[in-house]
Every structure is written in structure tokens, then in C-alpha cells.
Design a protein around this ligand. Sequence first.
Ligand code: TGC
Ligand code: FAD
Length: 389
Amino acid sequence: DRTVHPTALFGIDGLLSDEEREIRATVRRLCDKELRPHLPEWFDKGGIPARELARQFGSIGVLGMHLEGYGCAGMGAVSYGLACLELEAADSGLRSLVSVQGSLAMFAIWKHGSEEQKQQWLPAMARGEAIGCFGLTEPDFGSDPAGMRTRARRDGADWVLSGTKMWITNGSVADVAVVWARTDDGIRGFLVPAGTPGFQARDIERKLSLRASVTSELVLDEVRLPAGAMLPEARGLSGPLSCLNEARFGIVFGAIGAALDCLETTIDYVGERRVFDRPLASYQLTQQKLADMTLEAGKGLLLAIHLGRLKEAGTITPEQVSVGKLNNVREAIDIARTCRTLLGANGITLEYPVIRHAANLESVLTYEGTSEVHSLVIGRALTGASAFQ
Ligand code: TGC
Ligand code: FAD
């Protein structure tokens, strides 16, 4: 057999440490054995066993794995990225569960929380015994979170929150919601435990993308919280945006995972499928498609690893994360669609993961900053002129 894996053409393994390869293998094993077989069904019925999944992810240490202390493993950025890659090779919804838990909810508490908040939540969240969500987007404010209407006002020592958050991953299964709200002192973050009177999470139904993921609306109707519910260290929009950098970084790797899963599936398929009396793999048009997709997936993975090394060195900028998110998600969705053409009619069913990845990537293109927002962040960096004001 003279075939090589697409990533071997780029010598990717040689760029990784033994520990990084080991983490990638551990996550892949869990996905292959326990999760992948269920994904068509979870996607089809639009539901996942979120609690059980969180515990499984906790047991292999991927929840908040890039954070230090409080039961977290303190691993490097590339290790975290590779975990995201393997999770998203299974399904974007699984990577989303882990991203929102570790990079949004846990990171917000780890970076901006009080010692008491960290002790209360982080170890249980790292084990997957407590689930978190992150409420920034509102029905009328997605790309422009600065316009948010959710408000927190003081009443004596307490805070009282009112407003609506929309499209919140893990919303109805979360034990704690990190909710961003406007105060007299600018935008601040609050920890809202599930079950607090006036707080409700309702699932968003009939999604045709990211079906193996819980997406909810959060309604806050005069929710009373003690003074200690506020994250003391986050002030202004940079509080939530600092968390987005973390989750966007995971997507830079994750999107390539989805793309590689499509590509591997397709390479197998075209080897078996015969058209006009020859294997589909033997046609020049097929090989051109496979070669072009391999170039984009490999370049995307090199970019992801490079950004990971910059993150580990502590020099990565938000604009560099935008470069990775825009490029890799855009290329991944293109690869998924091209793979779908090679699978013909079989490509439209859940028998193969390709259309599921293609549908999921529509959400990934939109959340964590749309492709247009990231283009404009890059445009602002290049020209000095902001398209947002
Ligand atoms: P702008 O004037 O640029 O900035 C306001 C303040 O924030 C700071 N800042 C950042 N800080 C850290 N990281 C970043 N990436 C930052 N970007 C900006 C900035 O320095 C400033 O600080 P200060 O102290 O001077 O006040 O703000 P703007 O209003 O012009 O907006 C910029 C824009 C459009 C890029 C921003 O609003 C944006 O990124 N919009 C997109 C919103 C978004 O991505 N939402 C995602 C919600 S969470 C989600 O989707 C989860 S999906 C599930 C999953 O991940 O799997
Ligand atoms: P809009 O902001 O209304 O954008 C509509 C269109 O206008 C887009 O094409 C956009 O690029 C374009 N546009 C916006 N601004 C400009 C501009 N200045 N110039 C040109 N074009 C522009 N949010 C959370 O807070 N937490 C979560 O856990 C979460 N999970 C999500 C899960 C899923 C499955 C999905 C789909 C979304 C999730 N989101 C979450 C919300 C997500 O972050 C937003 O959908 C996203 O930020 C875009 O906002 P919007 O949908 O309101 O689109």
C-alpha cells in the first residue's frame, strides 16, 4: 500500500511532542470507541446525553485542560488544539460542548473570578460534574455585543439582572451560566446558578446545523444575586472578548478536524466506488479535488500549529486568531462541500459524516465571530480604519 495520510504529506507528526501525540491519540480513542457510533443518531434526533458526555470528557482531562490549577491539567495550547481537532473530527457539537465549558465558562471564572468563585466551580467543572454556559449574544445583538440590553442593577448589596440571551450552547444543561450584562459601571460578568428564581433556559428547536449540541435561550426576569456573584476582574467588553480569543483558538484546530474527517471518508469512498468501470479514485478530476483539499487542510493545520506555538510563547494577538478562524473554517466548509460531491447521492445521508460536518460548519462559520467580522478585524489591522463604528 503506497497511500499516505493527508497530514503525513506535511510531516505534521514531526512538529509535535510525544505528549501532544499522546493527547491526540487519547481523545481520538474516546471518540472512536464511545462517541462516533452514536453521532448519526444524536444528530438525527437532535439531542445528546450532555451530562454523561461532560463526565467522559472530564475523565480524560480535556475540560479546561489549558488552564493552570483548580484541578486543570495546565497543558500547552497545541495539546488543547489537537484535542479540539479530534473532537470536531467526530462532530462540531462535541467540540462546542468542550469549548464552551473550558474556554468560555471556565476561562471566564479562571481569568476574571474571585478565589471563592474559582474554588466553588473550577474543580467540579474540570471533572465534568458541573456544566457551564456563556451568555453574551442577545436576540438583537450578536456581532455587536456592545449593544446588549441585559441589565444588572444594584439593590442594596444584591444585583438584580433582567434580559434575554440567545443561541447559548449548553444553556439548558448548565449548572452555572456566565452572563454578561450592562451596569452603571459598564459591562460586567455574573455567575448565575441554575435554579435561581427568575432564571429560565429554553431549548432552541428545529436547528438544521449543530444538532448534536444543546442551544438555548436564557431568560432573566428580575434575577436576584448576591454581591459575590459578579466576576470582580472583568470590566468592559474586553472581559467577554478575552474569553472569545480562547474559544476561537480551539476552532482554528477544530475546523481542520472536521475537514480531515471528510477527506479521509472520501479517500476511502473513491477507492471503493466504481464509475464507468473504473474506481472513482483513478479519474484525474477526482485526484485534482483530493489534492486541492489536502493542500488546504494541511496548510490550515500548519497555521493552527504555528498559532499554537505563538500562544504558548504568550505573543499571539486577537488579530492572529481571527486569521486562523477565518481561514480554517472557510476552507473546512469548502472541503466538506467538495467531499460531498465525490460521494454523490450517498453524500446526502447520515450513513457518512460528510453532510453532517458540512451542516455543522455553517454554525461554526457564524459563531465565535462571523467570517465577515473576522475579515473586518483583519481589515482594521491592515488599514487602521474600523468598519464597526
Ligand atoms: P472594540 O472597540 O474593538 O473593543 C472593545 C474593547 O475590547 C477589547 N478587545 C478585545 N480584548 C480581548 N480580545 C479581543 N479579541 C478583543 N477585541 C477587542 C478592545 O481592546 C477594547 O478594550 P478597551 O479596554 O479599550 O475598552 O469593540 P467593537 O465594539 O468595535 O467590536 C469589535 C468586534 C466586532 C470585533 C467584537 O464586538 C466582536 O468580536 N464581535 C463578535 C461577537 C462574537 O464573537 N460573539 C461570540 C459569542 S460566544 C459564541 O459564539 C460561542 S459559540 C460556541 C462555541 O464556541 O463552540
Ligand atoms: P448578526 O450579528 O445579526 O449578523 C448577520 C449578518 O450580518 C452576518 O453575515 C454578519 O457577518 C453580518 N454583519 C454583522 N456586522 C457587520 C458589519 N459591521 N459589516 C458587514 N456585515 C456585518 N453566543 C453566545 O454568546 N454563547 C454561545 O454559547 C453561543 N452559541 C452558539 C451556538 C450556535 C449553534 C450558534 C448558531 C450561535 C451561537 N452563539 C452563541 C451566537 C453567535 O455568537 C452569533 O450568532 C454570532 O456572533 C453572530 O450574531 P448574529 O447571529 O446575531 O448575526
